[in-house]
Design a binder for this molecule. Sequence first.
Ligand code: ADP
Ligand code: ADP
Length: 230
Amino acid sequence: PLEVRFTDVVFGYGDSRSPAHHGVTFAAPPGGLTALVGPSGAGKTTVFALLERFYDHNAGTLTVGGRDIRDWPLAELRAALAYVEQDAPVLAGTLRDNLLLAAPAATPGELAHAVTRTRLDDLVARLPEGLDTQVGHRGVTLSGGERQRIALARALLRRPRLLLLDEVTSQLDAVNEERLREVIVELAADTTVLVIAHRLSTVVRADRIVVMEAGRVRARGTHDELVRTD
Ligand code: ADP
Ligand code: ADP
C-alpha cells in the first residue's frame, strides 16, 4: 500500500479565478481508510485528479509512497492506483467483458474472487446466465448500485496499491450500502483507500477523516473526535 501526503498543496484550474486548493495538508497512511468529507466545491475530487496526475499542482509537495508525484513514471503511477467514480461507465457487454476490460489476463478464479468481494453474487444470481449474461444489453437494465459494484470489482482486479473511491455507495439501498462499506473497510487492510463522502455520518468507520471546505482542510480526526468538537 502507498502512503499519500499533501503538504501545502496549491492548485488552480487554468480557467478559474480562485484556486481549487489553497494549501491542502493531510496524510493518508499506507493501508487504512481515509475519508475526504465536505460540501460540493470543497476540492475533494481535485485531490483525486492531482493523484492521477490529470493536472500538476502549482505549489507545495505531493508524495505518493514517499516519492514526489512528479518523479513517478506516469504509467507506473496509473498502474498503481484505481479510481472508481460515482457514475462509473459500464460496457454494454457481458459482466465478464466488463471485468476483463480492467485485467485482460485475469484468471477465472480471480474474476470470481473480485465478484465475491464486491458481493456481486446476488447481482449475478438474478441474471439468467451467470457471468456471461449480457450486462447492460438492451432489455437488461442495471441499477446505479449494480453499476457501482461492477465498477468496484473491475478496479479490484487491478490489485491497486491505492484505491480512490468517489461516493461509490451513493446509489445503493441501505442494506447494500452497509455491505459495500464493510467490503471497503476490509479492502483497507491491504491497500490504501481514499474515499470521498458528502456527510460525516457515512464514514463512521474511516481510520481518519479529512474535512475540506473551500479548498482548505478545516479539520481532521476520527469520526468520534470530529463529532465531539462539532
Ligand atoms: P501524520 O501524523 O502521519 O504525519 P497527519 O495527517 O496527522 O499525518 O499529518 C499530515 C501533515 O499535516 C503533517 O505534515 C502534519 O505536520 C500536518 N498536520 C497534522 N495535524 C495538523 C493540524 N491540526 N494542523 C495543521 N497541520 C497539521
Ligand atoms: P468537490 O469534489 O469537493 O465537490 P472539486 O474538487 O470538484 O470539489 O472542485 C473544487 C473547485 O474547483 C470548485 O470550485 C470547482 O468548481 C472547481 N473545478 C473542479 N473541476 C474543475 C475543472 N475541470 N475546471 C475548472 N474548475 C474546476
